[in-house]
Design a protein around this ligand. Structure first.
Ligand code: HSE
Length: 415
């Protein structure tokens, strides 16, 4: 019998108990021994539950219980999740977590601690909820050199963009609907400003390339500036706007990583990942593109990934799963504005749209016009190729001096 403890009885924690209870027999068969929840840490009371007797408010009780070999951390956040997880790994207990903040901020140190103490630190549920992605990258695709990962990693923003694209709903209305349906938090800033997707692409980049990337090192832009005009231009160009977390190996030992809205072609594997779904494309040198799709959040999908890690932990109690990365060398993350790319830009002049476009040609050189239905007077859209973000900003400043305002610009992806 494997005894486990769960830190947190919120959405995911209660889901973990539910999955373990519902699939008790099949899980015992797969783990090769029964899995028993001995303690659940939560400050709240749950008097009506059939397992109300195993709740505790005292973390030390779990830490000092020698029978508990695996601790599941599903509290979220860093405090007290980080000191608790660290203490577990220092005291001979393997840890399974769904906590993306924790893995993105402290992954390298916690993996080193787990390795030193011959324990497991597993976090399949931290990215993509129920979508298997950590194990596929670290095991199934291990024969490849991964060159690139691009993901729709945030369900809330994908839902909002889908409503803007399909139903021409304004951003604020789509956000309000997401909140009404429970797809967005009351404070949705981490989602709509890109911080949530940033944590997830940092975890995937750290795993795929073996060096820790911290969210603070990554350019992250959310979807708050995306308008229905941008959506219409993406359509006229031949694609859709998606919030993409992307990382690319540059071939010189450095990586390029960013989170931002991007134009993606309609025939891209990621273009039809809609609503609250997530999609992750992993480009390997042997496999080519491999795409993972599914529910990136929610009680049971996330709990399913957590319980799978628990089963793996039980099966590998005396052996470590190979999952490891180290801290990166300084300068490992290339500045986001140094890589040549293609951009879409939307501009507004005082005269006609044709005049605005020809002024843009003078500032930018060779550009291609994109015309949306219902283009306003003086408005023009165009794409410009082969320039860095920094060069784009310089040319945009020159265009503004020539009397044409740049209303927005969006990176064009090649996935
Ligand atoms: N708010 C997140 C999302 C939850 O929408 O994807 C899962 O991390």
């Amino acid at each position: 019998m494997a005894e486990i403890a769960i830190l947190g009885h919120g959405v995911v924690g209660s889901g973990v108990v539910e999955v373990l209870r519902t699939h008790e027999e099949s899980i015992a068969r797969r783990a090769k021994e029964p899995i028993h929840v001995k303690h659940i840490l939560d400050l709240r009371e749950f008097p009506g539950l059939p397992y109300a007797g195993i709740f505790t408010k005292d973390f030390e009780k779990i830490l000092c219980d020698p029978a508990v070999s695996i601790v599941v951390e599903v509290m979220g956040g860093l405090d007290p999740a980080f000191p608790y997880v660290k203490a577990c790994l220092e005291n001979g207990k393997s840890v399974v977590t769904s906590n993306k903040e924790l893995v993105a901020a402290k992954g390298a140190g916690l993996l080193a601690l787990a390795q030193k103490n011959n324990l497991n630190f597993l976090f399949e549920a931290s990215v993509g909820g129920g979508i298997p992605i950590i194990r596929p990258i670290s095991q199934c695709l291990a024969a490849n050199e991964v060159t690139e990962i691009a993901g729709i990693l945030n369900g809330t923003t994908n839902f909002i963009l889908t409503k803007m694209i399909r139903e021409h709903m304004a951003f604020a209305d789509a956000l309000a609907l997401a909140q009404q349906l429970g797809y967005a938090e009351r404070d949705p800033s981490a989602d709509i400003e890109g911080a949530d997707a940033c944590r997830k692409i940092c975890i995937l980049a750290s795993l795929a390339f073996g060096a820790h990337v911290y969210p603070e090192e990554v350019y992250a832009e959310g979807i708050t500036k995306i308008t229905l005009e941008d959506v219409a231009y993406a359509d006229a160009w031949g694609g859709v706007i998606k919030l993409i977390g992307g990382v690319r190996a540059l071939g010189n030992g450095k990586i390029h990583i960013q989170v931002r809205p991007m134009f993606i072609r309609r025939d891209s594997q990621l273009a039809n990942v809609d609503d609250v779904f997530n999609g992750i494309l992993v480009r390997g040198d042997a496999t080519g593109d491999v795409v993972f799709y599914g529910k990136g959040a929610g009680k049971l999908p996330t709990a399913s990934a957590v319980v799978a890690d628990v089963i793996d932990c039980v099966k590998h109690m005396k052996a470590r799963k190979y999952l490891y990365w180290e801290d990166a060398k300084p300068g490992y993350v290339e500045a986001y504005d140094r890589a040549p790319a293609e951009f879409f830009a939307r501009v507004q002049g005082q005269g006609s749209s044709d005049e605005a476009f020809s002024t843009a040609e003078k500032a930018f050189g060779s550009i291609k016009r994109v015309i949306r239905r219902g283009e306003a007077a003086g408005e023009a859209g165009f794409t410009a190729q082969g320039l860095t973000e920094r060069e784009f900003a310089q040319k945009a400043a020159r265009l503004e001096e020539m009397g044409v305002r740049v209303l927005g610009h969006i990176l064009i992806a090649d996935y």
